[in-house]
Design a protein around this ligand. Structure first.
Ligand SMILES: Cc1cc2nc3c(=O)[nH]c(=O)nc-3n(C[C@H](O)[C@H](O)[C@H](O)COP(=O)(O)OP(=O)(O)OC[C@H]3O[C@@H](n4cnc5c(N)ncnc54)[C@H](O)[C@@H]3O)c2cc1C
Length: 308
């Protein structure tokens, strides 16, 4: 019987691993199909405090976090979780692709994957002009031209945020009206730095050796194709939380984000959630790590019979 199984090895999972290992809980971390999490897909992280003026490579940061967790005694299982069950005794069963394990507590730290456009050069240009996070990457586009794709609250937020940094923001939406809240729409429409293009889809990219130089768009109404020179394209078309393996057991909203209360407690005693999997507002490495720390301390209290 394990004391704690941490599902996910991004900032939330690895921070929780460091804390629970130091509390002698001998955590078992399930790394998942993306060991190190989302930050392994980016180059330089400039907002991780302590990384110095030059920032730190996302992969290097996550390797160091894992090495720190291993040094403290955390164990790792390379694989993914396909199902979690609650047993009559109150213990929990974690099912892997192959095999299963019993545990007293589980921390779900499986993040949320950004939805991206099916652009032909997407993999090559992610981090080199293509982004899914204005707060993460906006700083790199100071004084430059950027486009944002989307029509919901996130697209409005990202456009507004980028308008403070970029020279010009073009917001592109595939329909003729936004689905964002009225207040958010009004803020964007009133911003002189944001130009809006409706009924239009981004279908391709233009690039040079340094990265993105422009986008190709098709208008659904006129069927015309046009090009727009931009240095950055931000895709704000939603995220999918990685929670299918606990659907029906753990309470979540219609998108799949896990509901937490009093910190990181879920509706199931012994199951906790931390990071992007329960936070659709901030979605930052530092906030995910903070929640991982909080979850680790709450797991420890739960095992000691204190708290919920
Ligand atoms: C390109 C890019 C650049 C970014 N840049 C920055 C930045 O500069 N600064 C910043 O603060 N934030 C940045 N972010 C956001 C940041 O990466 C996330 O907020 C953070 O990684 C969330 O951490 P997490 O631990 O909650 O989840 P994640 O990092 O998403 O980790 C989830 C983990 O869960 C695992 N997993 C998923 N499903 C399963 C399963 N079924 N079984 C087992 N394991 C599973 C995955 O393998 C992964 O290890 C960026 C994000 C992206 C995509």
């Amino acid at each position: 019987m394990e004391k704690v199984v941490i599902i996910g090895s991004g900032p939330a999972g690895l921070t929780a691993a460091i804390y629970t290992a130091r509390a002698a809980l001998e955590p078992l971390v399930v790394a998942g199909l993306q060991p190190g999490g989302q930050l392994t897909t980016t180059s330089i992280v400039e907002n991780w405090p302590g990384s110095g003026p030059e920032g730190i490579d996302g992969n290097e940061l996550m390797q160091k976090m894992r090495a720190q967790a291993e040094h403290m005694g955390a164990r790792f299982h390379e694989g993914r979780v396909i199902k979690v069950e609650r047993n009559g005794s109150g213990s929990l069963t974690v099912h892997f692709d192959e095999g299963q394990i019993q545990t007293k507590t589980i921390l779900i730290a499986t993040g949320a994957s950004a939805i991206t456009l099916p652009l032909p050069a997407k993999d090559k240009l992610m981090g080199y002009g293509l982004s899914t996070c204005a707060v993460c990457d906006g700083f790199f586009y100071r004084g430059k031209k950027v486009a944002v794709v989307g029509g919901g609250d996130s697209a409005m937020e990202e456009s507004h945020y980028l308008a403070k940094l970029a020279a010009e923001v073009t917001l592109i939406h595939r329909r003729d009206a936004f689905r964002a809240s009225k207040t958010m729409q009004e803020r964007v429409v009133a911003n002189p730095k944001i130009r809006i293009i409706y009924n239009t889809e981004v279908v391709d990219t233009r690039a040079d050796a340094q990265g993105l130089t422009g986008i190709v768009m098709t208008n659904f109404v006129t069927k015309e194709t046009s090009e727009l020179p931009v240095d950055g394209l931000f895709m704000a078309i939603g995220h999918i939380p990685n929670t299918s393996f606990v659907r029906g057991l753990v309470d979540m909203d219609e998108k799949g984000y896990i509901f937490v209360k009093d910190g990181t407690y879920t509706n199931v005693p012994g199951i906790f959630a931390a990071g992007d999997v329960e936070d659709q507002l901030y979605r930052q490495a530092i906030t995910a790590s903070g929640r991982g720390c909080q979850a680790a301390l709450q797991v420890e209290r739960f095992i000691d019979g204190i708290g919920h």
